[in-house]
Design a protein around this ligand. Structure first.
Ligand code: ATP
Length: 431
């Protein structure tokens, strides 16, 4: 595990015991892959616990695995801590343990204050109770008195914007409505710690913006966040520090930018290098519109597929597609930015800007963007590709074609490759 020097962490309060609102110490949790076996182990464990025979075991039984393995970190008052890791790395399990929904097999979680979970929104609701009843039940579980709930109730329903549905059973709600109510309930408990599991991707854009504002004002009041997100941008803009989990273990903990770099390098470098090839399986709707995107591949100038680009070298960005009818004025735009990088696109290329819009008939095609010199420095990049016709009608877009640019050793620390030649002239006056 890499722990980034605390002095390096910008804006992080100094390590005072009273500042720590959440401390996770050596937490491990095992699960069983086989349901029948899992039930059998469960019954055995409960029986031996009742008989006082159960010992905490650090051994795995058949089909068991560690979903979390000796996880430790701390969250300070007012801090936003990100939690990243590939699918299945144990993020939700960790949040569920912190929220007290499941027990760890070993280790402990110390919480100093009130924890409000925004986990699988709406999941905490009882479906047969009404929205109103669920607000009371949920807020009471989080430790609010009846009087406190009465005082906040109107604000909760105003925030949730679910109108008369407040007196209907939650099982009649759409997932968006349940999400609104879940969010409104959690933030109005004035939590010390908010556990957020990809919550901001739920609901329409206007509601997401409203959630962002509400979260901003909670942070001003000193609430600490522990948030899971697969969105690099969100983690970097919200969280000073992050935890990177891999197969249940903490790989690094500290400054978000450093942690995200490590995570993304792992995610996209897959050992020897990221294979920059995307193949798409045909979808029903593709046949309906008459356009099927087949693949996106990087190739060298001889047409051989390559895994990454090299700074200063030539390459082709190849997009394979199949048309089932005629399309006039087919166009493509490619926007490239550094993975996890903020701000504007580094490169924007459009067939329109090169007057290269074309008509296609029924058939298979490969559109090649020929790059005589790759100016990008060594790093991982992501491309947004859009294919459209008749100037504006989108046929397909691919949001995250990720590729790596490596160096042949000549680039050093340079961010871009400047195509160049050198000249030496002997000046006459010096003769
Ligand atoms: N109740 C359970 N019984 C058995 N295995 C489980 C259980 N809950 C989670 N797992 C397994 O534990 C591992 C960690 O799961 P978890 O949901 O915590 O991962 P995650 O990082 O949140 O994944 P994602 O990003 O896909 O949400 C996975 O292999 C998952 O299949």
């Amino acid at each position: 595990m890499t722990i980034i020097n605390e002095q390096e962490i910008a804006g992080m309060p100094q390590n005072k015991e009273s500042d720590i609102v959440l401390s996770v110490n050596g937490v491990s949790k095992k699960f069983c892959r086989d349901l029948k076996r899992s039930l059998m182990y469960g019954v055995r464990d409960i029986t031996s616990e009742l008989l006082g025979l159960r010992e905490k075991s650090d051994k795995l039984r058949e089909q068991e695995f560690w979903a979390l393995n000796n996880v430790s970190f701390e969250l300070r008052r007012g801090e936003a801590l990100g939690l990243v890791g590939k699918n299945g790395s144990g993020k939700s399990t960790l949040l569920r343990i912190i929220a007290g929904l499941i027990k760890p097999d070993s280790g402990c979680v110390k919480v100093n204050g009130r924890v409000a979970p925004l986990i699988a929104l709406g999941a905490g609701f009882n479906p047969i109770l009404t929205g109103r009843e669920n607000i009371y039940a949920n807020m009471a579980i989080l430790g609010l008195s009846k009087k406190e709930i009465d005082e906040r109730f109107d604000e909760v329903i105003e925030f949730a914007e679910i109108g008369d549905a407040i007196d209907a059973p939650v099982q009649t709600y759409s997932s968006g409505m349940a999400a609104r109510l879940g969010f409104a309930t959690a933030i109005h408990t004035n939590p010390d710690i908010l556990l957020i599991d990809e919550v901001l991707s739920v609901g329409d854009i206007r509601f997401q913006a409203k959630c962002q504002r509400a979260l901003g004002s909670l942070r001003h009041k000193g609430t600490s966040f522990f948030m899971v997100s697969h969105k690099t941008q969100l983690i970097l803009s919200t969280c000073e520090n992050s935890v990177y989990l891999k197969k249940g273990r903490v790989i690094s903990f500290g400054n978000s930018r450093t942690v995200m770099n490590e995570y993304e390098k792992d995610l996209f470098s897959v050992g020897v290098g990221l294979k920059s090839q995307l193949f798409f399986s045909p979808k029903k709707e593709d046949r309906k519109i008459g356009f099927e995107l087949l693949y996106i591949i990087l190739k060298d100038m001889n047409g051989k597929a390559i895994d990454s680009l090299v700074s200063g070298k030539s390459a082709k960005f190849c997009i394979g597609f199949k048309c089932y009818r005629q399309f006039k004025d087919l166009s493509c735009t490619i926007k490239i930015k550094q993975l996890g990088g903020e701000g504007a696109d580094l490169i924007y290329i459009s067939t329109k800007n090169s007057d290269f819009c074309f008509d296609v008939e029924d058939g298979s095609y490969e559109l090649k963007l020929v790059i005589p010199t790759n100016i990008l420095g060594p790093n991982v990049y992501t491309a947004f590709i859009r294919i459209f016709y008749d100037s504006i009608k989108t046929l397909k877009f691919v949001e995250d074609f990720t590729f790596e640019v490596s160096t042949n050793g000549l680039m050093g620390q340079s961010q871009y490759f400047q195509p160049h030649t050198w000249e030496l002239e002997l000046l006459k006056g010096n003769q």
